[in-house]
Design a protein around this ligand. Structure first.
Ligand code: ZN
Ligand code: ZN
Length: 339
């Protein structure tokens, strides 16, 4: 079978490798239909990832069709159309025992810490495989259930509720996923970004407002849109110390600040600021069993997976997909590679 390998920095090669076999009773073999490209994959492609080095098969946003099931598999059968949750915890620690394997100290994400899905067939555990609702006619879209689940996680961590206003910094795929999930919960959103095309997309997708990050009136406008109180939730979907500081400044008293970035630089947030507003500052990492939530929203027609995808490439043209994800031309949101 073929696989798409990042063979060296900025080099993608189509390789031939043996098909995976069932190993354990709960194993499932999925014929991969599509894999969408994430920022993590782009870092690997650019040779900038701290620990994932070529040659490697990446891909953790994926879906396809079940072709074979182990003897112990009960919930799936060949022909099922599925999305795959890439989060793998140790299974034993406190985080894992409480259903939050995404925060396991030893967590592994498929396609990052272990082999990824950019290949024709992929072996996976039954519990990581989720059936797509029938109203998703286009199986390619299974790939973007994972980034949507990251948005659901952020809204859960930020206690987003009906009639609230959430401010989201960053209108890339993750910011958009947070926004679309917030809308499903009945909240309104204010999106902040530097790029005009991204702001326009946020407006098209129903944001209450989409504001330029450089707008000198930014704080005043956000206060005006939130009755002078500030938003219930602020979210850093970029990962920058200045944005973290803005999230702390803007959030309403008793609000939630949700951090999705992976920035490690110091910032100027003080304990007093957090104390005074009695705010909750929370991290949000990958997802903890949010696939069913997303698939319910999709089945109910509240969420539309196609809103996450801007470009599609066949596996043979995967190199172009990675290059586009680096260059981010106007109108780009997420590229997927199809098999
Ligand atoms: Zn991702
Ligand atoms: Zn664990």
């Amino acid at each position: 079978m073929i696989a798409v390998e990042i063979s060296d920095t900025r080099q993608v090669t189509i390789i031939d490798k043996p098909e995976p076999n069932l190993e354990k009773p709960d194993d499932v073999i999925v014929k991969i239909k599509s894999v969408s490209i994430c920022g993590t994959d782009v870092h690997t492609f650019q040779g900038e990832h701290p620990f994932v080095k070529p040659p490697v098969v990446v891909g953790h946003e994926c879906g396809g069709e079940v072709v074979e099931c182990g003897s112990g598999v009960k919930s799936l059968r060949p022909g099922d159309r599925v999305a795959i949750d890439p989060v793998l915890g140790c299974g034993n620690c406190r985080a894992c025992r409480s259903g939050r394997a995404n925060a396991c100290a030893d967590v592994k994400c498929r396609g990052v810490h272990v082999e990824g899905a950019m290949q024709e067939y992929f072996r996976i555990r039954e519990r990581d495989v989720h059936k797509l609702p029938d109203n998703v006619a286009d199986l390619d879209l299974a790939a973007v259930v994972e980034p949507m689940a990251i948005g659901a996680q952020a809204c859960w961590r930020g206690s987003v509720r009906e009639d609230q206003v959430a401010v989201i910094f960053g209108a890339g795929p993750i910011g958009i996923a947070v926004m679309l999930n917030a809308h499903c919960l009945g909240a309104r959103t204010i999106i902040i970004d530097m790029k005009q095309d991204r702001l326009q997309r946020a407006r098209d997708y129903g944001a209450l407002a989409a504001l330029r990050a450089s707008d000198p009136e930014l704080t005043a406008k956000i206060l005006e849109l939130t009755d002078g109180e500030g938003p219930h939730m602020t979210c850093d979907a970029v990962g920058h110390p200045r944005i973290f500081e803005q999230c702390i400044d803007l959030v309403a008293p008793t609000g939630h600040v949700v951090l999705l970035g992976m920035d490690s630089q110091p910032n100027n947030v003080t304990e007093l600021q957090i104390f005074k507003k009695e705010m909750s500052v929370v991290g949000s990492r990958m997802n903890s069993n949010m696939f069913p939530t997303i698939l319910d929203r999709v089945a109910g027609g509240q969420m539309h997976l196609e809103q996450m995808v801007s470009h599609r490439f066949t596996a043979g043209n995967a190199a172009e997909a990675f290059t586009m994800a680096v260059e981010q031309p106007e109108g780009f949101l997420k590229a997927m590679v199809t098999f």
